[in-house]
Ligand binder design. Structure first.
Ligand SMILES: Nc1ncnc2c1ncn2[C@@H]1O[C@H](COP(=O)(O)OP(=O)(O)OP(=O)(O)O)[C@@H](O)[C@H]1O
Length: 270
């Protein structure tokens, strides 16, 4: 029988007059990969912040191993076994790649059982796993975007999490880099880490997720196996609606540029 790693129960999050999340409930099975998707502004990052203890939800609760996350100080959530990566990647730029990861190992869940040397050894292992062993001595500031994302994953893994929250680690990567990132996430998951993956790249989400939760305007509108969820009319509408709106905006911009060009070159040939 599968075991529940995280329970999200009736979570609501209000910012002033805006409910960024309303009545969101779902369970995350231990060892699974949960894909969290939804149009821009649907509440994905807010939910990651609630799960990682950055925000205390206005209603409801997130429980992990029987403990309510909101009752645990933010800096202690990682000691419970939950780690996350950030959408905006910010390594310690002047430290080497190895040192960046070792710092995580020094402050993570098992830090009390680890010497400084042990932390560096753990960093070495993780750099091997994420494919950064060859650049371990370089300053983090010199890394390419895909390598910075690998470093972000290594830093989060250094905290020895049971659950890892990944916020758009594949954004800005090309097709080959996305495949490599997926391979890395599969390796991490195969080592027993439960993953919650927020990503706009549908192909990537479908290929890695055990199950998918879809948010729209802060509410859960679908949950289930990837194929079932993505075929749901409600999900298609939420996505088509937002793509359509974006396309209209692009068309308006193109029209405005064309009008401006015509004003500068009235003969019609810019
Ligand atoms: N700290 C905050 N204060 C006020 N409003 C916020 C705050 N954080 C998020 N919001 C609002 O909550 C809503 C959900 O935002 P959120 O960033 O969680 O969406 P998202 O699904 O992660 O979007 P994206 O895909 O663009 O990253 C948005 O309307 C956003 O403007």
């Amino acid at each position: 029988m599968s075991e529940i790693a995280l329970r999200i129960e009736d979570v609501g999050m209000r910012f002033g007059g805006l409910w960024a999340l309303s009545e969101v409930s779902f369970d995350v099975q231990r060892g699974s990969v949960l894909g969290l998707i939804g149009p821009n502004g649907s509440g994905k990052t807010t939910l990651m912040n609630v799960i990682s203890g950055v925000y205390k939800p206005t209603t409801g609760a997130v429980t992990y191993g029987g403990k309510r996350i909101a009752d645990v100080p933010t800096h202690d959530v990682c000691h419970l076994g939950i780690a996350r990566t950030f959408q905006i990647v910010k390594p310690f730029a002047s430290l080497s790649v190895r040192e960046n990861v070792a710092v995580g190992a020094m402050y993570g869940r098992h830090s009390d059982q680890r010497s400084t040397r042990g932390s560096f050894e753990r960093a070495e292992e993780l750099l091997e796993i994420v494919g950064l062993a060859g650049v371990a001595d370089r300053p983090a500031s010199e890394l390419t975007i895909p390598d910075r994302k690998r470093l972000e994953v290594a830093k989060a893994l250094a905290l020895d999490p049971d659950v890892l929250l990944l916020d758009e680690v594949m954004a800005g990567l090309n097709a080959t880099e996305v495949d490599e990132a997926l391979e890395l996430l599969r390796t991490v998951n195969a080592r027993g880490v439960t993953l919650i993956v927020v990503e706009h790249l549908m192909k990537a989400i479908v290929s890695i997720s055990t199950s998918i939760v879809v948010l729209a305007e802060g509410r859960k509108i679908a949950e289930g196996a990837p194929a079932d969820v993505l075929g749901s009319p409600q999900v298609i509408e939420a996505y088509l609606g937002s793509r359509w709106a974006k396309r209209q905006e692009q068309l308006r911009e193109i029209e405005a540029e064309r009008a401006a060009a015509l004003r500068m070159h009235p003969e019609g040939r810019p």
